[in-house]
Design a protein around this ligand. Structure first.
Ligand code: HEC
Length: 337
């Protein structure tokens, strides 16, 4: 019924409605494709970021964290967060033993300068990297977290808790999880406890005194080699999500392609009007005049082309057919007279 009432509308209206639907669906398809492409790119971005963060953790873990030295002369030195510190005092007497402790020829013994060593554990190093990336205007955010933490600042959020639940017993070869959160992709990668992590995360008794004292009563211990050691949690923007972004990001070539497509649709509408609808109207008026003509009155012939007979255009052939009918009608009238 709907189809019939549609097919009874003017051809121009039917054609415009179909072209309109094509344009709308085409745009939706483009936006959806762009979104899924943006998501795939964001996932790759998050994977690379997570691997780098994990690698940085492994690197600093192999040294049981890193020690940062601030010398007394460096007044503007900002050491940031650290686990413990050790003071090195300059010794007044330069004894033989001190001389023997100079590690490499040409370097100055710490006993000459004095200074403070600050111990940063791997998680500090990763947090500081995140701050540096943010300062540089980087778009990726990341950290390590677990459901059993040393430091309450690392307490997992809703997404991270879900990821931890999914990844705790996941196959290490496929140990990632992600969600789309607004215009960002949040991603988690499972961390595996290596022997170097156990130096601090095994049992309180087997970890450095500074950690034991600082995190008494916390749950950050209990790693088993090869077992679950938390997650790297990464958040990256999904570029180009939404129809607005699609048009904003168009370069000159893309804008030209869209304009050309719209012009082609316009040309299609014009073609339909000129070659089908206008021709149909002319022929309808011609047939009308034939019907209304009084006996003996000659109706001026209508030609859509100078040589309609050899044309393959259906409208031209219809015109030929109407003229043939008209001739037959005239002959019939002449016979009757
Ligand atoms: C030198 C000791 C040390 C080593 C080695 C170490 N960690 Fe940690 N880790 C810590 C401390 C201390 C914290 C909490 C400090 C903070 O984040 O401010 C922490 C935090 C974490 C956290 C965040 C949750 C929490 O407990 O607060 C994860 C996950 C983690 N470590 C995983 C690892 C992994 C995996 C390794 C091995 C690749 C490793 N750690 C090696 C000391 C260590």
């Amino acid at each position: 019924m709907m189809l019939r009432s549609f097919s009874r509308q003017s051809l121009l209206l039917q054609f415009a409605a179909l072209i309109g639907a094509l344009l709308v669906l085409g745009t939706i398809a483009l936006v959806t494709m762009r979104n899924s492409l943006g998501e795939a790119q964001a996932l790759e971005h998050a994977r690379v970021t997570a691997s780098m963060v994990e690698a940085l953790g492994n690197w600093s873990s192999q040294y049981r964290g890193v020690w940062v030295l601030s010398e007394p002369t460096e007044t503007s030195f900002q050491v940031g967060d650290f686990l413990e510190h050790r003071q090195a005092r300059p010794s007044a007497i330069s004894s033989g033993a001190d001389k023997a402790s100079v590690p490499v020829s040409g370097t100055v013994a710490i006993t000459q300068t004095g200074g403070t060593f600050h111990h940063k554990d791997p998680s500090h190093v990763q947090r500081e990297l995140s701050a540096v990336v943010e300062k540089m205007g980087g778009v990726e955010r990341f950290r390590v977290t677990s459901d059993r933490v040393f430091d309450l600042r690392n307490t997992p959020n809703r997404f991270e808790l879900t990821a931890i639940e999914q990844l705790r017993s996941a196959d290490p070869a496929n140990a990632e999880y992600h969600e789309v959160s607004g215009d960002r992709l949040v991603y988690a990668k499972r961390l595996v406890a290596t022997a170097s992590c156990l130096a601090c995360h095994d049992t309180p008794e087997r970890s450095p005194e500074a950690i034991r004292n600082k995190f008494t009563g916390s749950q950050g211990w209990g790693f088993k080699e090869g077992g679950f050691a938390g997650i790297v949690s990464v958040s990256v923007p999904i570029r180009g999500s939404g129809a607005g972004a699609l048009f904003q990001q168009m370069n000159l070539a893309a804008s030209l392609a869209v304009t050309a497509t719209l012009l082609t649709f316009g040309a299609l509408l014009y073609w339909l009007r000129a070659n089908v609808i206008h021709a149909a109207q002319v022929l309808k008026d011609y047939a009308q005049r034939i019907l209304e003509a009084k006996a003996g009155e000659k109706v001026t012939r209508v030609d859509l082309d100078i040589d309609e007979h050899s044309s393959r255009n259906e409208m031209h052939r219809l015109s030929v057919a109407i003229k043939a009918l008209y001739r037959a009608l005239l002959l019939a009238q002449a016979d009757r007279v």
